[in-house]
Design a protein around this ligand. Sequence first.
Ligand SMILES: Cc1ncc(COP(=O)(O)O)c(C=O)c1O
Length: 403
Amino acid sequence: MPAATLDLARVRSAFPSLDLGVAHFDGPGGSQVPAPVAEAVAAAMTAGLCQRGSASETERRTDAVVTEARSAVADLLGAEAGGVVFGRSMTQLTFDLARTLSRAWGPGDEVVVTRLDHDANIRPWVLAAERAGATVRWLDFDPGTAELDDIESALSTRTRLVAVTAASNLFGTRPDVRAIADAAHEVDALVHVDGVHLAPHAPVDLAGLGADFLACSPYKFFGPHLGALTASPRLLETLHPDKLLPSSDAVPERFELGTLPYELLAGVTAAVDFIAGLVPGEGPRRDRVLVSMHAVEASEAALLTRLLDGLTSLDGVTVHGRPARRTPTALFSVDGLAGAEVHAKLAATGVNAPASSFYAIEASRRAGLGDEGAVRAGIAPYTSPDDVDRLLEGVAGLVGGAR
Ligand SMILES: Cc1ncc(COP(=O)(O)O)c(C=O)c1O
């Protein structure tokens, strides 16, 4: 069967904000939102929600919003609905998990973090390790290619946890997470995977990645601003996070502090349904998600080639990193201009491509880009070839043309 393709015009028509005419390359910071997601949030808020329960229609409706969102995230990530935890952000969920896991760590234990990761998958582990007296071991990357070094060198029989990204939000690198997880499991370490930057661009599968924990942020894939953490419910049962005395001790509720943002959860479900419908089809939602995400991957890869070919043909433009396997995210600098200037000049022409380290501060420093980083152009499922050409024309105008 030939791979399904994205109907770009149909996809774009779902995003009211695109009517403003802006070419959005800022997706890695947060995607644009399709109308059905915003409508689902509004509908949930006015439908009659209060607290979860089973006695009243209102309670049952509130409960359904939560269970539906867990199922939706499970379908997106190939996880079990009973192992989906929601929180304010991936950062908050990771700090909470690090605090919980590190109670069992002590001197001599080791935790592996990578220099390629967003700081949200570094600092929570570093701080927790320091507090526990455990040792932090850093997995480096090649600043030329932006490929991670071999994991073996960082592992030992004392490794308790490996934290690694499924995709770098700076260079787009997609490390071989499965190989890293297999090696970590050989020494009985747990594996925490940051799926925030991968989830909007490719099919994701918790078991396929070999992840024990996998985090994502729905606002990167058309949803509202919150975070989700997935793991096997059996693993979550073994963990005991700080919680209030009267709050539920059930899994996954035990990991969720305070009242959940129910209306945003309705938006999460709508976002996953939207993804499942990117390529119209029939069948279970997980299957439709996979078909759609394969189509997204193929469509974005073609646009990335157009973007990279264009950028590398320009005199005075440096593209940072050339990972073999990557998301459609390009990081570049323009000779003689600070990233912030490039960002501002492009924004003035309706092209949004921000410049920063994007909180991948260790990666930015290691690549010689300091704390300022560089300009990031992220392709999204709604990006058109015309958007790419507008970006390239804008950059060409800054450097005075092709090589
Ligand atoms: C790769 C990656 N990990 C983690 C995060 C943090 O996510 P959140 O904003 O949900 O804490 C981001 C946000 O940009 C990211 O790009």
